[in-house]
Design a protein around this ligand. Structure first.
Ligand code: SR1
Ligand code: MG
Length: 410
């Protein structure tokens, strides 16, 4: 495929760093001891360069196509701009919780980020059975900061309009609309499950209540421009760190916000709930029930921290004349309900759709069957129950009961 910009390679990183003063200050390009391509996501190239003094930088480059598929699935590299801009906007709203952008190169679609080599991708840590206490609350605070600081609650009308116009991200949004809301129930040729899970996928697609709920969720996603949300806030979009030998998390960084756009606040919350549930499904499948319950407990930790932070910031809202206390309660109640819907969509897409998760995919087949079934049933039951009790506690109780009941043997 012809492309009008040069892709980075391990061999060109030193020259690239040398040519950008902001990077040359962060790492010695003439004394690099390692340059590794570490990208494990679906979309981009990611390099980490380190010098002999232990200093480093991370360079992320958007390709003009989806990395996991190749050139057959073109995708705008402009996504790098959405990521750089959103990280820069989110950073001050959630101090210490967002990856620092050191440099953005709009011509080559490269973002230079702080080196987080001493952190671990949260999904990787969860898969390895490691706990990072405090991370779930931190991301809840991040969502609250973004909700307050990028919405009409925190921005003057004209600034809000400017930001909104600058964040229109239709190509990436369409990927979400297709993969997250449509394809779990209408296969576009990209779906796959284990043969043993084919009846589960067929039941999902044939469940009229579920399909209607996905239509409702998709509509919300496409129309509810509340805040500059992350747009893909799963456990692979969060880096965590704990001091050696402890489970207490001392650093959390959200990254990878190329799907950012003005959308529903609850989409980010639902994404987190879904991925905690998927982590719990893996733990139950492996017979680690206590850790599975801990993973489900992350749902309330994120919500509680989100709610507390949002309430704490509520007095800062720009227009308290009509946005009074009853409206605060209404917002929170609505977001709770919507989080169930979005979580259901996110759970189902990760089981039947194109971009799956290592939590489930790396399980032995016998165990994977029950874990996948449990996640799909949680999604289906969730859309049936969310209007009767939409608390996060009800969600995790429901998920736990289902995941235990669907376990299979290896
Ligand atoms: C084609 S992109 C597939 C998925 O990767 C990203 O992480 C998003 O979740 C997207 O849906
Ligand atoms: Mg991503």
């Amino acid at each position: 495929m012809a492309h009008d910009y040069e892709f980075l390679t391990v061999d060109t990183i030193a020259d690239y760093v040398r040519g950008v003063p902001a990077l040359a200050q962060r790492v010695d390009a003439d004394d690099l001891v390692s340059v590794d391509e570490i990208g494990d996501g679906n979309l981009n190239l990611v390099f980490v360069a380190k010098d002999s003094g232990g200093r480093g930088v991370c360079l992320k480059q958007a390709l003009p196509y989806v990395r996991m598929v190749g050139e057959g699935w073109p995708m705008t590299p402009e996504r790098a701009r959405f990521e750089a801009t959103s990280l820069q906007i989110h950073g001050p709203l959630a101090p210490g919780l967002v990856s620092e952008v050191l440099h953005f190169d709009n011509d080559r679609h490269v973002i230079a980020l702080e080196d987080l080599s001493d952190h671990t991708v949260w999904r990787t840590a969860l898969n390895e059975g490691r706990m990072h206490d405090g991370a779930a609350a931190a991301v809840g605070r991040y969502v609250a900061g973004v909700a307050m600081g990028t919405s009409a609650l925190g921005l003057e009308r004209e600034e809000l309009a400017r930001r909104l116009a600058d964040s229109v991200n239709p190509q990436l949004c369409q990927i979400t609309e297709d993969l997250v809301f449509t394809e779990p129930v209408v296969d576009a040729g990209r779906n796959s499950v284990l043969p043993a899970n084919e009846p589960d996928a067929a039941e999902l697609a044939g469940d009229e209540e579920f399909v209607t709920a996905m239509g409702r969720a998709k509509w919300l996603f496409m129309t509810k421009a509340e805040a500059l949300i992350h747009g893909d806030l799963h456990t692979g979009s969060v880096m965590v760190r704990s001091p050696e030998g402890t489970t207490e998390c001392d650093s959390v960084r959200v990254f990878d916000s190329e799907f950012a756009f003005y959308g529903p606040v609850a989409f980010d919350l639902g994404a987190l709930w879904a991925n905690y549930t998927i982590a719990a499904a893996r733990a139950y499948a492996l017979g680690e029930d206590e850790r599975a319950q801990w993973a489900l407990g992350l749902i309330t930790q994120t919500w509680d921290a989100f709610e507390a932070e949002f309430r704490r910031r509520w007095p800062d809202r720009l227009d308290p004349r009509v946005w009074r206390e009853p409206f605060l309660e209404e917002l929170l109640a609505t977001w709770q309900q919507e989080a169930w819907l979005f979580a259901a969509a996110k759970m189902s897409r990760r089981i039947v759709g194109a971009a799956k998760t290592t939590d489930i995919e790396t399980l032995p087949e016998g165990l994977r069957e029950g874990a996948a079934r449990g996640v799909l049933r949680t999604a289906r039951q969730g859309v049936g129950e969310y209007l009767s009790d939409s608390s996060p506690k009800a969600f995790l109780t429901m998920a736990g009961d289902i995941l235990v009941s669907t376990k299979t043997a290896s």
